[in-house]
Write a protein that binds this ligand. Structure first.
Ligand SMILES: *Cc1c(COP(=O)(O)O)cnc(C)c1O
Length: 354
């Protein structure tokens, strides 16, 4: 079976061997306060920072999911309110989760084909945490890099970015935001059950100002532990081990970025050339990592069923576009051969459709 599901998604084939090695090493039976574990954690963070080119002053923590990051941010980093700039289901969920905790989240949603511009700065107020979904997995849109830079130039608000379906797939402008997070079951090509949370010195300063320590996952408590290469609770040691191995295996993010963008460009020319309509018309905001295709309900059902018969899993639509789109993950763990198989299938389906 070949899967193009945008999360959980295809796991790197090498993971099978790494799981075996993790077992042999004894590390996954070891206590998480042991020297062995602390060395593993330290090395994994170092390798991640080096491969993804994360600024030295930013700190990296491992938590359980992107959803948990929504809660951590709401608990530990909000003073007055948060402003949620989003155009799809994940950005909206983030706002809703935040609202349940902080009761002060503001909606700055925008349209699917709109290019985000900074004329929204008028609504920013001091201390407001700006929340942006870098890659909206539900509808295959991305925020152009200039947008984060423009916020940085204009205001000094703290900026948090959900990069769940783009981190480790494309180069991210780390310095243009303060909080970045992603679960590992998307571009990292790993089994689900862990997330990477990255914070700038300014975010740490904010956490200290807020001083929130009421939860097992309060940011300051997580940090206290990670500074000693420990964790506040018994961690996903296997997940950390596998992440470390994958970070040693993959090329530097600049190289991965080139491949991802080349493949995305190929998808965006192949699909229309074969009569498939793209969900996102505005080229500026088309995602590099999640390709969304629009069609009517019957055609999508047929496509998904026929694909399955050939051993190919397409991603369902999600959120508002659930029934009228399907999604193709463009994640690094997927091979060129697999992409060719899917293209061959889609080309055949296109001929039948004419
Ligand atoms: C998948 C996804 C999430 C949720 O990830 P979990 O690991 O299930 O918490 C959040 N945001 C975005 C943009 C996603 O793609």
């Amino acid at each position: 079976m070949i899967t193009f599901y945008p999360g959980p998604s295809k796991v790197y084939p090498q993971v099978e061997q790494y799981i075996h090695e993790a077992f042999e090493s004894g590390l996954i039976s070891a206590n998480h306060r042991s020297q062995g574990f602390m060395q593993l954690l330290e090395k994994t963070i170092a390798d991640l920072k080096s491969k993804l080119d994360i600024p030295a002053g930013y700190e990296v923590y491992f938590v359980s999911s992107a959803t948990e990051c929504w809660e951590i941010i709401a608990q530990s980093l909000i003073i007055d309110a948060s402003l949620h700039i989003f155009n799809g289901a994940f950005g909206e969920k983030w706002m809703e989760y935040t609202h349940r905790i902080s009761l002060k989240s503001n909606d700055a949603s925008f349209g699917l084909n709109e290019t985000l511009l900074m004329d929204r700065s008028a609504v920013f107020s001091r201390n407001e945490l700006i929340c942006v979904t870098h890659n909206e997995t539900s509808n295959g849109t991305k925020v152009p890099n200039d947008f984060l830079l423009d916020i940085r130039k204009k205001v000094d608000n703290l900026v948090a970015v959900d990069a769940t379906s783009s981190m480790a797939g494309v180069v991210l402008p780390w310095e243009h935001a303060d909080i970045w997070y992603a679960s590992v079951q998307k571009c990292f090509g790993l089994p689900a059950g862990m997330a990477v949370l990255i914070v700038s010195p300014k975010a740490i300063e904010r956490a200290m100002q807020v001083g929130e320590r009421k939860h097992y996952n309060s940011l300051l408590f997580i940090r206290d532990n990670f500074l000693k290469f420990q964790t506040p609770f018994t961690p996903n040691t296997l997940g950390i081990y596998l992440l470390g191995k994958i970070m040693q295996q993959v090329p530097p993010i600049q190289d991965v970025d080139l491949i991802t963008k080349r493949r995305a460009a190929e998808w965006y020319s192949f699909l229309p050339a074969n009569g498939f309509e793209l969900l996102v018309q505005n080229e500026n905001v088309r995602s590099d990592t999640v390709i969304a295709v629009k069609a009517d309900k019957e055609r999508i059902l047929l496509l998904k069923k026929s694909a399955l018969q050939e051993g190919i899993v397409l991603g369902n639509g999600y959120g508002k576009e659930k029934d009228t789109s399907f999604r193709i993950a463009n994640f690094p763990a997927i091979s060129d051969e697999e992409i060719d198989v899917l293209k061959g299938f889609l080309a055949r389906m296109a001929l039948k459709h004419q």
